[in-house]
Design a protein around this ligand. Sequence first.
Ligand code: SF4
Length: 129
Amino acid sequence: MPSKNYVCIICPNSCEIVADFSGKEVAKIIGQSCRKGEEYVRKEIVAPERGLTTTVPVKNGDAALVSVKASKTLPKELIPKAVSAVAKARAEAPVKIGDVIIKNVLGTGVDIVATKNVSRKAGINTGQD
Ligand code: SF4
């Protein structure tokens, strides 16, 4: 049965955990100091998820890019497609922290949201004046 080593990222202890598993069937997990470590490794084996942070170009902003993140973790296998979807996105200034740049990315129920404020470039009419 294959074995794989993990470093638990749930807390700063960084426990080194070894799991024996076949496919998604977990036989043994050792090295964790608490239940959270076991849960982390089981999830890594059965349904790994990852966060996503990147940037999106901003039209008419006082900065060219706005940093964004996924509102929740995404299934690891969807990360490349999510990155492609975000790469096509464009924001229009002003952008505020928490603004949804892409709603329900890839039908996951997860939004891509701004993590930075970007003001409108001076001299550009908002159309609301
Ligand atoms: S197993 Fe528990 S104690 Fe060890 S790093 Fe993970 S959360 Fe922290």
